[in-house]
Design a protein around this ligand. Structure first.
Ligand SMILES: [Zn+2]
Length: 287
């Protein structure tokens, strides 16, 4: 279990799916040859010896004072999906959440950084043939701009998610449509990081002089700190995403702890500048 302490706020990673992929499937320029120059810092955590990369689909549970926040809800169980690793899953995700103190009835806030299929799955669960909200006592924070984009668009990576994981929440009385600078608690707020999707947000945690940020899918893989201009086929607006990645590196390339939404363990680290180039220094979670 990975857990980080940022001042008075704790953040825990709860994994739904781990898979190894050919990164060039997502980022065409990230071929084994092009990744090789970065192997010294990508290996062993972010680059496998067979040249695939590990990709993690996980939730971050944030405990901020009395508020329990779940950031991104992964793939989910029982969902029909085109991707074999994501189809009709039967995972222990909910009991794993309970183990870290976030039983589904105890979650106060559910936040999706954006509405792609791998960020909304556990929004709902199957009960007697119907998709119902998994977190019955939570407020579900959905970006207003994000929803208004997907309302009329189809996600090319998982169109099925709209009907079973998004619309049931939009139509529930648990939803709150938020702006891209929404403040959740005194220590936790969202910041706009557009481009991967038009209403994409990251989550900034600041407490007692310490700072962390959850990337969302602005970064799929740490090599993007070195190569923010490599096009990611999942980015809806490539040029905007590249600009946002470059701005992000400037804004958080200091002592901010970066928590990657798809980064394999150790998942967290710092952006380091050496000779005008950036790389990612992985950092173990707190004991
Ligand atoms: Zn994703």
């Amino acid at each position: 279990m990975q857990r980080w302490q940022i001042g008075h706020v704790s953040i825990t990673r709860v994994v739904d799916v781990m898979q190894n992929i050919d990164l060039a499937f997502l980022i065409p320029e990230a071929t084994p040859e092009n990744l090789a120059p970065f192997a010294s810092w990508l290996k062993p955590h972010f680059l496998n010896s067979d040249t695939t990369v590990p990709l993690s689909i996980h939730t971050f549970v944030i405990q901020s004072d009395d508020t329990t926040i779940v950031v991104d809800t992964c793939i989910g169980n029982d969902k029909p999906r085109a991707m074999p690793d994501w189809n009709q899953r039967q995972s222990s995700f909910l009991s794993d959440l309970t183990t870290v103190g976030a039983a589904r009835e105890a979650v106060d806030v559910v936040l999706c950084t954006h509405l792609h299929v791998d960020h909304v799955g556990w929004n709902t669960m199957l009960v007697e043939g119907a998709w119902v909200p998994t977190f019955p006592n939570a407020k579900y924070l959905i970006g207003r701009e994000e929803w208004h984009f997907w309302e009329h668009e189809e996600d090319p990576f998982g169109a099925e998610a709209k009907s079973d994981s998004i619309v049931p929440i939009i139509e529930s009385d648990l939803v709150e449509l938020i702006e891209t600078d929404h403040v959740i608690t005194e220590q936790v707020r969202v910041v706009p990081t557009p481009g991967h999707t038009p209403g994409h947000i990251s989550v900034l945690i600041e407490s007692n002089g310490e700072r962390a940020i959850i990337t969302g899918d602005l970064f799929h893989h740490p090599v993007q700190f070195a190569k923010p201009g490599w096009q990611d086929i999942a980015d809806v607006q490539s040029d905007v995403a590249e600009r946002t990645r470059r701005d992000f590196i400037q804004a958080y390339g200091d002592e901010t702890l970066i928590l990657g939404t798809h980064f394999a363990p150790p998942t967290a680290g710092k952006i380091v500048a050496t000779g005008g180039e950036y790389w990612f220094k992985a950092q173990d979670s707190d004991p």
